[in-house]
Design a protein around this ligand. Structure first.
Ligand code: SAM
Length: 186
């Protein structure tokens, strides 16, 4: 099964296969994520793997423009209904192949990197580095425990970015279940 087939199958079995809307862990993770943003407002943000748009809804008031994508179409209908703002655009698209053209001052990678192969994680990082503005921020937030479908752990994915990106860590939040880093060009 390809990664795309896996995610299609997950959404065929449930409109919210990870119970993002129900789990206190998820809600708290989203709140910690937006509380960690170093700036009050961002000009142009990108959130790939947005699923049903729960984090998107919290990011939207902080962004002049927000582009949110998912590799599966099904959750995007829920996301569009949850976040009807005109400055938020949802699209069915897969990173790293599909990436917004132009400069971004915020990229949020929340629970997506470990679903990607090492090659695709490197591709995502290359896209981040090409598109991130001099004052831009990259947010990484991932579950820390191993699970069957993951190509690596969240800790490994974050360490990879820290080692390869040349970005500096501006914010770090570490707890048993998830870790978060905000990186910038320094
Ligand atoms: C575990 S959910 C995380 C949702 C949300 N970002 C969060 O933190 O709660 C992962 C989402 O990423 C999407 N996804 C997986 N690989 C992707 C890719 N290469 N490009 C875009 N979306 C992808 C999946 O379809 C799924 O909706």
């Amino acid at each position: 099964m390809t990664a795309a087939e896996y995610f299609e199958q997950m959404y065929a079995s449930s409109s919210d296969p990870w119970h993002l809307a129900e789990r206190p862990y998820e809600q708290r993770k989203y709140e910690v994520t937006v509380a960690s943003l170093p700036r009050g407002r961002y000009r142009r943000a990108f959130e790939p793997g947005c699923s049903i748009g729960l984090l998107t809804a919290l990011l939207a008031p902080r962004c002049d423009e927000l582009i949110a994508t998912d590799t599966v179409a099904a959750p995007l209908a829920t996301a569009r209904a949850a976040v009807p703002s005109e400055h938020v655009t949802f699209a069915e698209a897969t990173v790293p192949d599909a990436w917004p053209a132009g400069e971004l001052d915020l990229v949020v990678l929340s629970e997506i990197l470990y679903f990607l192969s090492a090659e695709d994680r490197a591709g995502v990082l290359a896209r981040v580095l090409e598109s991130l503005s001099p004052d831009g921020h990259l947010v990484l937030v991932h579950w820390r425990h191993p699970f069957a479908e993951a190509a690596c752990t969240g800790d490994h994915a974050h360490a990879e970015v820290a080692a390869a990106s040349g970005l500096v860590t501006l914010v770090q939040h570490l707890e048993d279940d998830f870790r978060l880093e905000v990186l910038g060009r320094g």
